[in-house]
Design a protein around this ligand. Structure first.
Ligand code: HEM
Length: 128
């Protein structure tokens, strides 16, 4: 497999989950009082999850394509690729869980930092 291809495949597949979540939200979105209303924390976490599924999938696709280029140091490929997948999986899934079990939000920094480190080492890799 070409380096980064796993991020590209994961990204396209994971995006489908975000679109499915959007379709589910769309079934009741116009109901003012659904899950406590549009401004409720539950609806906000679900919307954040929906957007995070899609946006972090796009970031994985972009990241995966960068790893395919020849001048990326091997440590970025071995560490960055799984960090990006863990982050993109962890943020939206945690948002959906936190919509119903608030304490799940305390897990959010872990996948978020994973994304930050993964992207950070890519930037360092570009500069070295
Ligand atoms: C199958 C495709 C999609 C469907 C059915 C869908 C459906 C929805 C629904 C129903 C909401 C409102 C949820 C609520 O009322 O709480 C929403 C919000 C949102 N969606 Fe999607 N969506 C889709 C694709 C996308 C894509 C591709 C993006 C961005 C790349 C996106 C970004 C957003 C954003 C930013 C919000 C929040 C809007 C706001 O708070 O005003 N959605 N989506």
């Amino acid at each position: 497999m070409i380096p980064g291809q796993i991020n590209v495949i994961f990204g396209w597949a994971w995006m489908c989950v975000g679109l499915i979540l959007g379709l589910i939200l769309g079934l009741r979105a116009e109901r003012d009082q659904w899950l406590g209303g549009y401004d409720s924390l539950t609806r906000r976490y679900l919307r954040l999850g929906h957007i995070a599924f899609i946006a972090l999938s796009i970031i994985n696709i972009l990241y995966g394509k960068e790893l395919g280029s020849t001048d990326i140091p091997p440590y970025v490929i071995t560490a960055g690729s799984p960090l990006l997948i863990f982050g993109a999986a962890g943020v939206p899934v945690t948002c959906v869980i936190a919509a119903f079990f608030r304490k799940a939000k305390y897990f959010l920094p872990l996948p978020a930092i994973s994304l930050l480190v993964g992207i950070g080492i890519l930037v360092i890799g570009f500069m070295t």
